[in-house]
Write a protein that binds this ligand. Structure first.
Ligand code: 0GY
Length: 304
């Protein structure tokens, strides 16, 4: 099947630089996606965007180029609740990838079991209105109860202004809960301001909540380096990510977010994104927790 990309769609960065920061052995890229290819794994009819194809071979080549050992592939909304592309990527990873799926209430126990065997360890609940249609809370609670029995966790994606309204729902989830991209703070606001303080409180009061300190390119207002070859990108996000890493060193994860869906202004050089890490995790110990120990505990507990 042929698909026409959403107008203005930015494809991933074709020749990422080699990072200067050397990742610790066994580092995990804990947030990335595969898109299609659409001819093999058609995009969902209910999708809100049509991306470029970004298949598993390109993802694994990037993993090796950047120096990661493993990936956590997160189901992207353009595939709806059809997790075939994700499961196919896991099946071809020789055990180096695990996954986070999207499921509906209609998913059967056998389907959950076979996803578990393929390496799925979580489901994603998405509350970003531009990405998904509304799902009733009772359906999500039901799914959360079923997947908790498999030892899976819930990944939640929402924007900072929606946390007050979603708080009560999030706090009844029975499993670990992983928040994408620090709950998308507005980094033009102060790191000590009320909005980020609420997210800090959410993390502090709920020891089952983790967060990904990922996506500086999505959150940044100051943006990428002014000139090619410069490497000081996205520095306005540093105070937020660093605060998380230092306050909750055992509950933070990091991911590239490759192939970076829905970016409007620029596509990041993934090598530069890796070079962002030592600015937010400033010691070898914090780096090891962020990149190895924490993702291994959540996704490969049998090896951690
Ligand atoms: C991300 C962010 C976005 C998209 C998705 O599944 C998705 O479509 O997650 C976004 O547009 O902010 O983490 O990939």
């Amino acid at each position: 099947m042929d698909f026409t990309k959403t107008e203005g769609w930015l494809d991933w960065y074709a020749n990422p630089s080699k990072p200067r920061f050397k990742l610790p052995a066994g580092a995990v890229d804990a947030h990335c996606h595969v898109f299609g290819p659409g001819a093999q794994f058609p995009y969902a009819p209910e999708r809100k965007y049509t991306p470029c194809d970004a298949g598993k071979e390109a993802l694994f080549a990037l993993r090796d180029h950047l120096g990661f050992a493993r990936n956590v592939v997160v189901q992207a909304t353009c595939h709806g609740a059809d997790n075939s592309a994700l499961v196919d990527a896991l099946a071809h990873s020789a055990g180096t990838a695990r996954g986070v799926a999207t499921v509906r209430r209609s998913v059967t126990d056998n389907e959950l079991q076979s996803m578990h065997e393929a390496g799925v360890r979580g489901v994603r609940f998405n509350f970003v209105k531009r990405l998904v249609d509304f799902t009733p809370k009772d359906e999500l609670v039901e799914i959360a109860g079923r997947i908790a029995e498999l030892g899976w966790h819930v990944v939640i994606y929402f924007e900072a202004q929606d946390l007050p309204e979603l708080w009560d729902f999030f706090t009844v989830l029975p499993s670990d809960v992983v928040v994408d991209h620090m709950g998308r703070p507005d980094v033009a606001k102060p790191v000590d301001g009320p909005e980020f303080a609420l997210f800090m409180k959410f993390m502090r009061e709920h020891p089952n909540v983790w967060t990904k300190v990922s996506c500086p390119e999505r959150l940044s207002v100051t943006g990428p380096p002014a000139r090619d070859g410069e490497r000081d990108a996205y520095r306005d996000v540093v105070p937020f990510s660093q605060r998380m890493v230092e306050t909750f060193p055992d509950r933070v994860l990091w991911g590239t977010d490759w192939p970076h869906p829905n970016l409007k202004n620029h596509m990041p050089d993934d090598g530069l994104l890796v070079d962002f890490i030592p600015h937010i995790a400033t010691t070898p110990e914090l780096q090891r927790k962020l990149l190895v120990d924490n993702p291994m505990r959540l996704y490969w507990p049998e090896e951690a």
